[in-house]
Write a protein of this length. Structure first.
Length: 568
């Protein structure tokens, strides 16, 4: 569901140059949440159940089925209570079971609701996702065999419609182990099914309420980018707004400086920029840990590769926001890494070298470029511990989804005066990578067919019994009902709970925007600092429970209003 699997909004794939291909991504494990380092729980201790699902729901002559995984927690269930389904979205669901379904590291949204309303908690794995060790597909939810590289034999049945229909089939055929006496009370005709999800699962939460209100009685859609688009240049707009002014100014200046050299510089200037940037990004953490880069290596970088490297400091922005991820980089850059120098004035603390207008304006662009390289070297972005990952099979599956239907190509926009993204991150770059990745598959469209997604309303989606939530600086907010971007309907959030089965007034939506929060921060609460020590590279996993408790509180109020009308 929501918060980055590897790098914040991105999945790491290998482009033709050998460097990572940055693809839109937003699952729920969290950019720095290393399961082995942070929590002592073992997700394999939580055994899944399986339901046999049709491979193709829409072809009555096709009787093939496959086993789709799910997990159940009936600790708080009382007969007649609601079923709360948490959708795992575009990732392996198994690592989510301990933290979200059994709350081993703090309360979760789904189980908080189950506890309050005597409900059953259910974690659902999306088709074509799951753990696939050594190419075997028995540990995931795959309608098609998966090879050793993680590719499915085909992705024909990985579509929005097939995956939504899976939930309908599950609800109508739900028979969890140990609850045999309650089977006749668990269907959507007998008890409310309530869908909870953040990010892509948040989209699904909203879509299910539009598409199948007879199955899903209510939904909580967190950080849901319901407006699918191919050209998503506004992804970094919220990041730009959240930055300190000097860092924002210098980041824009450095980006334009590098773009200009790549476009207009001599071969020697281009080579120097590539060499310096790759050396800095590959080094660290720590200034004394400089990585040796050979010119023939850096000279092979494509302009799009350079564009990706320039954005490395934002790799964890989606999950941790500006203060928790980018600010350490900015502090080093804006002071030339002299923040700890002793002085005879200002109480012994070195004053910042850059003014509010930044180094480029105060000094010159060469100084700003060198400061950028110093900060990149100090933090060592390519030397961070590996992220919690679902493995390549889930990554390829999500790539198929955004290449075929969702788009979300996070392209640069040189006309944006505050851009922090290179012009060389282009639509052609994303589309060519989609085409290359799935060159052996015949049914990939020439461009993502976003109309298949937006038919449910896009920005204007307005189902009843749904709560939408967003972080103020969530980069996916631009495509949510709470978007404030140019071209969006600019709907206003209201915390007044609508009447049951009554959609909010036009121009509004029911929900809230969490101040200073980012992506899907309300799905669980981290009540204590993580064990993993990332201070040496300037990052920390924030303990931010405000969004969680605000979301749980408001959705609980809504269910108090809505649940009594079920079946009436």
């Amino acid at each position: 569901m929501l918060v980055s699997l590897q790098v914040v909004a991105t999945a790491t794939l290998v482009a033709s140059s050998g460097l990572p291909f940055v693809a839109p991504r937003f699952p729920m494990l969290g950019g720095m949440n290393r399961a082995a380092q942070i929590f002592a729980d073992n997700s394999t201790d939580y055994n899944p159940e399986y339901i046999q699902i049709p491979v193709d729901h829409f072809n009555s002559s096709d009787d093939r089925t496959y086993g789709n995984r799910y997990w159940v927690n009936s600790q708080y269930y009382k007969p007649g209570g609601p079923v709360f389904i948490l959708d795992a979205g575009e990732q392996n669901a198994q690592p989510l079971a301990p933290r979200y379904l059994f709350e081993t590291a703090g309360p979760s949204s789904v189980m908080s609701m189950a506890r309050r309303f005597n409900g059953l908690g259910l974690l659902w794995e999306h088709r074509y996702y799951g753990g696939v060790p050594n190419g075997a597909d028995q540990n995931g939810s795959y309608p098609s065999p998966v090879n050793a590289k993680g590719f499915a034999a085909e992705y024909t049945y990985l579509t929005t419609e097939q995956a939504l229909e899976d939930v309908v089939y599950l609800a109508n055929n739900f028979k969890p182990e140990g609850l045999e006496d309650c089977f006749d009370q668990l269907g959507p005709d007998q008890t409310p099914w309530i869908f909870i999800g953040g990010s892509y699962p948040g989209i699904r939460a909203a879509h299910m309420r539009v598409r199948n209100p007879e199955t899903i009685f209510a939904s909580w859609a967190s950080s849901a980018p319901v407006q699918a688009t191919v050209d998503y240049w506004t992804y970094y707009a919220q990041a730009e707004r959240s930055m300190t002014r000097n860092c924002s100014a210098d980041y824009t200046a450095v980006t334009r400086y590098v773009d200009n050299i790549l476009a207009n510089g001599t071969s020697g200037e281009v080579s120097d920029v590539k060499f310096a940037l790759l050396t800095a990004i590959s080094s660290g953490p720590g200034w004394n840990n400089v990585h040796t880069v050979h010119r023939n290596e850096s000279d092979q970088l494509q302009n799009s590769d350079v564009a990706d490297l320039l954005l490395m400091p934002f790799s964890f922005y989606q999950s941790y926001g500006f203060e928790g991820s980018v600010l350490p980089f900015c502090n080093i850059m804006e002071t030339f890494n002299q923040t700890m120098a002793s002085t005879t004035d200002n109480n012994g603390v070195a004053p910042a070298i850059a003014t509010e207008s930044g180094i480029a304006a105060t000094h010159n662009i060469t100084a700003a470029w060198q400061a950028f390289l110093v900060a990149a070297t100090e933090l060592g972005y390519l030397n961070l511990p590996p992220g919690a990952s679902s493995g390549p099979s889930s990554q390829w599956s999500w790539n198929w989804q955004f290449c075929s239907e969702y788009g979300y190509y996070q392209v640069g926009n040189p006309s944006n005066p505050h851009t922090i993204q290179s012009q060389f991150t282009s639509l052609d770059y994303f589309q060519s990578n989609c085409n290359d990745t799935f060159a052996n598959y015949t049914n990939l469209p020439s461009t993502p067919q976003v109309d298949r997604v937006n038919k449910y309303g896009g920005w204007n989606i307005n189902p009843s019994n749904v709560m939408f939530t967003n972080g103020q600086y969530d980069p996916w907010r631009a495509l949510s009902p709470g978007s404030t971007e140019v071209g969006s309907p600019n709907r206003q959030a209201t915390q007044y709970v609508p009447k049951c089965n009554v959609a909010p007034d036009n121009g509004t939506y029911f929900g809230q925007v969490y101040i200073n929060a980012v992506h899907a921060t309300d799905m669980r609460a981290r009540l204590q600092e993580t064990v993993g020590d990332f201070s040496k590279v300037g990052f920390h996993a924030p303990v931010n429970s405000e969004s969680f408790f605000a979301g749980v509180g408001l959705f609980g109020e809504a269910l108090n209003e809505w649940l009594p009308c079920f079946g009436k």
